[in-house]
Design a protein around this ligand. Structure first.
Ligand code: ZN
Length: 89
């Protein structure tokens, strides 16, 4: 397993997948959808809202109920840095 976005869990395979700091340097921990120009694109997003976003495409891809996909998505998300850091604050 390669690196994955520590906000949404998306695999980060190419330099273009990564987010960027305000000075254009790649942000190693996050993808470009979650993090751009030195900040989270949706700074007020909650972990449950992120699970909402992931559940539908995941359910379609795997042919599973959205509720089950949501639970699986959340299980992955709770281990990611963005959401762990939020707990600590
Ligand atoms: Zn992401």
């Amino acid at each position: 397993m390669g690196p994955s976005c520590q906000s949404c869990g998306l695999p980060l395979m190419r330099p273009s997948d990564f987010g960027k700091e305000a000075n254009g340097v790649l942000k190693i921990d996050y993808c470009g959808y979650c993090y751009d120009k030195g900040r989270f694109t949706e700074p007020d997003l909650t972990i449950d809202q992120m699970a909402d976003k992931l559940a539908v495409p995941m359910a379609e891809k795997r042919g599973m109920p959205v509720e089950a996909a949501w639970a699986q998505a959340k299980e992955v998300l709770v281990r990611l840095k963005r959401w762990r850091a939020r707990e600590a604050k």
